[in-house]
Design a protein around this ligand. Structure first.
Ligand code: FES
Length: 506
């Protein structure tokens, strides 16, 4: 999205090239826009380092290096470092939750979220004000509430995510009926969360953005929401509009690549390059056309993944064992061995040629020894070879988001498994361990009353305000921010290990 004002233009998260092992593509396709012109901007805002927001190749080639980068306040310098490497030299370092006035009276505020589960250690939203018109590009960030933005005055346009952007539940080795049921729950939850945010901000106009991606490789094609599957977690903008109408929403505006909205404090006038309803009615045909056109890109990427000369076990040992040694919270949180079955293909299909265990209690990486494991991942050995080859420190922002794997687990979801594999560098591991340490120690003194129950006000997961996000049904509390459930009489979290809640009945 590009925001143009009389005091300058801001380009936000220009994503064009495929991300995550060529799995995700932007839909509708935006690669044919005039990027030379669009990239000639005064400011660049990259919300976070996820590869569907930070498109290095595109930033390098098309975005003016004269642009000043509006930088979120993150605990690590990785975003700035990577942008510098691409040739950007001018940085405006914002303070989270503080309004900054730039030239010409342009005001910006970036709220940075910094828990280990936000993006690749950091996700953010951009608030902009010029000439009395206010815009919030919430993007795919999940603030616990929107209070800080509300304090700054009525917002005229609210851009936010509404679709899924994860591998759950599709990659789990579950019976189809269970997958559909979990997917449906997730799809409903995503919409509930979106309605909650929209209702919180009460902007004049709502723009569904930041997703969903489309999948053009044959092995992932089934993830596109074109088969009438109610458990598909990737509903598109047209589905957003019909669901939004069901809850009374009348102020949604869908943008296609090339659409332009002129926004004032009184109106929003939008022009489109083509009819929006017709475009989405032809979605399957558009996807098929894209699949054909992008096939050479996928083939070229696949050809670069194999590095059979790499000793995967040896390299994993070298990289991961020192981190296991240092990890306290995450290693304890995982609490058991995690197994990687590596196939001779580019995903879970194919012959398993090697099985490796990351043994969290034993602090070792070693060959699988016919033992019971909590988590098992199955993926192509070529993908892990590639991760080793490029020295990737974040397997969430590469392997897991690619959906080119399958997973099985015993028991509940364990967020520490994914948090750990996001932190395969010294800097990130130290940061995440410190964050959990503080989080664990934080005393949650405040309570709130929900129905007959008095519960701690902040969700034990990521501190959502339960007076807004909590819903009690019988003895079960659901926090709508990420959909976690808690059994109130025992306090037990029903969604993930740990995370007990304090609750009592009046
Ligand atoms: S904050 Fe994530 S479920 Fe409550």
């Amino acid at each position: 999205m590009r925001i143009d004002t009389a005091a300058g233009s801001i380009l936000c998260d220009p994503w064009v090239n495929p991300a995550y092992f060529a799995s995700w593509f932007p839909f509708p396709d935006n690669s044919l826009l005039d990027w030379e012109t669009l990239g000639d901007v005064d400011y660049l805002y990259v919300s976070h380092l996820h590869r569907d927001h930070f498109d290095a190749e595109h930033l390098k080639r098309f975005i003016s290096k004269k642009a000043t980068v509006l930088l979120p306040e993150y605990p690590t310098s990785q975003l700035e470092d990577e942008l510098r490497e691409l040739g950007f030299t001018s940085f405006f370092k914002t303070k989270s939750d503080e309004v900054h006035e730039l030239d010409g009276g342009l005001k910006v505020m970036i709220q940075a979220l910094i828990s280990p589960t936000d993006g690749p250690i950091g996700d953010s939203s951009l608030w902009v004000e010029h000439d009395g018109v206010r815009v919030l590009n919430q993007n795919d960030a999940r603030p616990t509430d929107l209070t800080r933005f509300n304090e700054l005055g009525h917002v005229h346009a609210h851009m936010l995510q509404f679709s899924g952007a994860i591998w759950y539940p599709m990659v789990y080795e579950l019976p189809q009926a269970a997958k559909t049921a979990f997917g449906k729950q997730k799809r409903d939850r995503q919409f509930d969360r979106t309605w909650r945010y929209i209702d919180d901000l009460k902007a004049d106009h709502v723009f569904p953005i930041a997703g969903p991606p489309c999948f053009l490789d044959d092995s992932l094609w089934q993830f596109n929401d074109i088969f009438g599957d109610e458990g598909n977690i990737f509903p598109d903008q047209s589905v957003f509009m019909s669901e939004y109408a069901k809850v009374g929403g009348t102020n949604g505006i869908v943008l296609l690549p090339g659409s332009v909205t002129s926004l004032t404090d009184k109106s929003a006038e939008t022009t489109h390059p083509t009819d929006v309803d017709e475009f989405f009615a032809d979605k399957q045909a558009h996807l098929e056309e894209m699949r054909e056109r992008k096939a050479p890109i996928i083939a070229a990427e696949k050809a670069s993944w194999r590095h059979p000369e790499i000793d995967v076990l040896g390299e994993m040992k070298k990289r991961i064992e020192p981190l296991l040694e240092e990890s306290i919270y995450m290693a304890q949180g995982v609490g058991g061995p995690v197994r990687f079955d590596l196939t001779d293909g580019f995903g879970p299909d194919g012959e398993v040629v090697e099985s490796i265990v990351v043994d969290f209690p034993g602090k070792q990486v070693r060959p699988y020894a016919d033992e019971k494991v909590r988590y098992r991942f199955k993926t192509g050995r070529a993908l892990i070879e590639h991760l080793m080859y490029i020295d990737e420190g974040d397997w969430v922002n590469s392997l897991f988001l690619s959906c080119r794997f399958s997973a099985a687990r015993i028991g509940q979801y364990n967020e520490f498994v994914y948090a750990f594999f996001k932190c395969l560098s010294e800097e990130r591991l130290q940061y995440a361990e410190g964050w959990y340490d503080e989080h664990e120690k934080a005393v949650e003194a405040e309570d709130t009353v929900l129905g007959d129950w008095t519960v701690q006000r902040r969700c034990p997961h990521l501190k959502a305000d339960l007076s807004r996000f909590g819903i009690v049904d019988g003895n079960v509390l659901t926090c709508q921010l990420h959909g976690w459930k808690f059994d109130l009489p025992s306090g037990r979290c029903l969604t993930s290990v740990g995370h007990k809640i304090r609750a009592s009945k009046d």
